[in-house]
Design a protein around this ligand. Sequence first.
Ligand SMILES: [Zn+2]
Length: 239
Amino acid sequence: MSQGSQQQRPGGPPGRGGPPGRGGPPGRGGRPQRPRRERKPREEPVWIPLTNLGKRVAAAEITSMEEILENGLRIQEAGIIKKLLPDLKTEVIDAGIVQKMTPNGQSTRFKALVAAGNENGWLGIGRGKSKQMRVAIEKATTAAYLNVSPVKLGCGSWECRCDQKHSVPFKVRGRGGSVTIEILPAPRGLGLVAGGKIRNLLRLAGLKDAWTTAKGSTSTMNSTSKALLNCLSQTFSHG
Ligand SMILES: [Zn+2]
């Protein structure tokens, strides 16, 4: 009889419930299985352009960053940059905690500094703050995308004199806060002579060979990144 066999079932060991083959850790039975197991699929949301410029880029009416810059258009959506510079990489160059005393007690927030570059003549740096580190990085990443601007690469090295875009076209200098950075053209194969974080930023911008000097408190990444961006914008100053 089927009744008899059914009554035997509930006598099994408790806490072993749940359908079989659900690869969860053993001993987790009893409680109802949580239905959501994936945390990933919020990775790449589909870009829905909101601005006029965004719509024109999405419709492939505008196909290059140069076109946007030449016409002096303002980019307000990170999606535009992602579409036009698909090989852009991002890197967290600084992250930390901001603690403040408020009337309600201590407030803790996170800050992040993120760089975005395609290692071929485009670099942007953005800042973000939030109560959550993850959100601070997201904000900084979006800001970095929106700040992406061109860097003129070239070979200003008298030892090299090639026509490849592996260094700066001439010596440039920039300031940010107390920090002054100088980038000097270097011959091919030399590599980037710079401190770790500055070197990373130069690489993201697309430089392969350069000498650098840095004065001031370069451990302050805020000032250092400003000085560096200022420096790189000078690559358009002449020539
Ligand atoms: Zn060269």
